[in-house]
Ligand binder design. Structure first.
Ligand code: HEC
Length: 136
């Protein structure tokens, strides 16, 4: 029991000890870095906005028809229990649910660049909204 407690604490002590010696990286981004990364992010948001008004499935229906400007997508509430899926789901799961059902299309892999773009767009539209995981 005693040695188990010890092994639990050793990594913590090491991490605390190292924190004082490692250089802090967080404040060292240059203005050019920040500008470039924001530009790349906004490019992906733009791709998401384009996908939003396009038919992603087989029946010509776009996301924007039911969710204009990403309305009622509530990204800040994920992960949360979704009754359609019967489990605590990611927003990617609900995006795929809507691609399959109203849009009658093929679900996207979680790392599909279109999935990333859609999430960037939805989250960007809801920027500033407080996080509320699990909320209905
Ligand atoms: C025919 C109307 C319709 C279309 C088209 C549609 N949706 Fe939905 N969407 C719904 C409904 C209905 C729900 C379920 C609302 C609920 O129970 O939370 C929903 C829920 C969602 C949610 C979760 C919302 C929440 O509050 O948790 C997301 C995210 C979402 N849709 C994304 C999309 C995307 C992406 C597309 C395009 C591929 C799309 N939807 C197309 C009707 C639609």
């Amino acid at each position: 029991m005693r040695s188990r407690q010890l092994t639990r604490w050793v990594p913590v002590v090491l991490m605390v000890g190292m924190a004082g010696t490692l250089p802090v990286q967080a404040d060292e981004f240059s203005q050019e870095d920040l500008k470039r990364w924001e530009g790349q992010f906004m490019e992906v948001v733009k791709q998401g906005r384009e996908l939003w008004t396009r038919a992603l499935g087989s029946n010509g229906v776009s996301c924007a028809q039911c969710h204009p400007n990403a309305a009622n997508t509530h990204p800040e509430t994920y992960p949360k229990f979704q009754k359609q899926l019967g489990k605590v789901a990611l927003i990617a799961d609900m995006i795929n649910w809507c691609i399959r059902n109203p849009a009658e299309g093929q679900p996207m892999a979680i790392d599909d660049p279109r999935m990333v773009a859609i999430q960037a767009y939805i989250n960007y539209e809801r920027r500033g909204v407080p996080m509320a995981p699990g909320k209905h």
